[in-house]
Ligand binder design. Structure first.
Ligand code: ADP
Length: 180
């Protein structure tokens, strides 16, 4: 049994929200908004994730997140930091002095993977807790993968991503469609 620890009220509670963010969607934004009241500082940790072959470079993904935070939630900007990492998530979280890893849960399909990841991370670093948050109903079905599929066919994405991300995706796909 885990012993209850008396929480130090002056503790600076730091949360890490990791992901690929290829690109950031309104689903991610909703999770960030829900995580903010739970922590003093939120670090959005962008995984390089070369193995997933992201559509956008790490630099572009970081810039899109920065822009969305500044424009969509300006009052939270001082509480949020956007960083990249390419090491093991728990090592990154420990180095940031984080106590909490935030993940979003969509449907049953996310559960198996998230369950395994949280279990492995707990084994590697028992003092860091994974917390799962659920997006509000209108954002639950959004995923970066589907957004990219829709954008590829030049369809409207305004209910899935910010105007800035929507423009960046349009630019990306109009450039790639011009290539021979
Ligand atoms: P990863 O490659 O780590 O899954 P993603 O950028 O796809 O990175 O997702 C990061 C986190 O955000 C994951 O926990 C994912 O489940 C969550 N997430 C993404 N979209 C949504 C959404 N629409 N609702 C709730 N959680 C979401």
């Amino acid at each position: 049994m885990m012993k209850w620890k008396v929480m130090n009220p002056s503790l600076n509670r730091i949360g890490v929200y990791p992901g690929t963010f290829d690109p950031i969607t309104l689903g991610h934004i909703d999770i960030i908004e829900r995580a903010l009241p739970l922590v003093d500082q939120l670090i959005i940790a962008v995984a390089e994730n070369e193995s997933k072959k992201p559509l956008f470079s790490l630099k572009d993904r970081l810039e899109m997140i920065d822009y969305d935070i500044k424009t969509l939630m300006p009052s939270a900007a001082t509480k949020v930091a956007v960083k990249s990492f390419d090491n093991l998530l728990v090592d990154f979280a420990k180095a940031q002095n984080a106590q909490v890893i935030i993940r979003g849960l969509r449907a049953v399909s996310d559960f198996e993977y998230e369950f395994q990841m949280a279990g492995v991370n707990r084994k590697l670093c028992p003092q860091i807790e994974t917390v799962f948050l659920m997006a509000s109903e209108q954002y639950q079905l959004i995923s970066s993968r589907f957004v990219k599929d829709i954008a590829r066919f030049q369809r409207d994405m305004t209910s899935f991503v910010s105007d800035n991300v929507s423009q960046k995706m349009q630019q990306h796909f109009s450039q790639t469609s011009k290539q021979p």
